[in-house]
Design a protein around this ligand. Sequence first.
Ligand code: PNS
Length: 166
Amino acid sequence: MKTAICPGSFDPVTLGHIDVIERAARIFDKTVVVVLENRGKSCRFTPEERVTLLRKSTSFIPNIVIEHSDRLLADTCADMGDVVIVKGLRAVSDFEHEFQMALMNKKLNARLDTLFLTAGERFQYISSSVIKEICHYGGDVSELLPPEIHDEVVKRLRRDISCRTM
Ligand code: PNS
């Protein structure tokens, strides 16, 4: 059985992520989405919240499992057997960082390969950070977030803003 691992911080999951996850699930027998920590980012949602948001957004995909890991991705994958990392690649800006992570994961776990799916044209400019920024200023993110979680995420991000400004 061929298993894809879709790793990310997913803070929160976007329609761009869903596009890549859905395509991976069509190519592989099973897809495991792993919510990980990115120590270069400070997250607005807890790992449990990010897992729940992903589950709600992917409930229409049958061959998918959502998990959390607070370990290295390479070690997490080593425990899962025969897996391939699948990541989405947006414009040139993603390339250098993704290239470095793919090589480092291979160094940490020689059996681990990374496949890149070109991000869909409609999703090239979407990122979790941009969504948080737009929400901060009260802008419309309805075309950027999965519909299943849109209201919950916007409410949560706006609530956090009003708490901070009190
Ligand atoms: O969605 P992101 O933030 O771009 O995803 C980056 C992520 C979470 C996949 C990466 O930071 C990661 O793999 N974190 C787990 C810890 C780890 O393995 N770090 C070394 C990466 S070479």
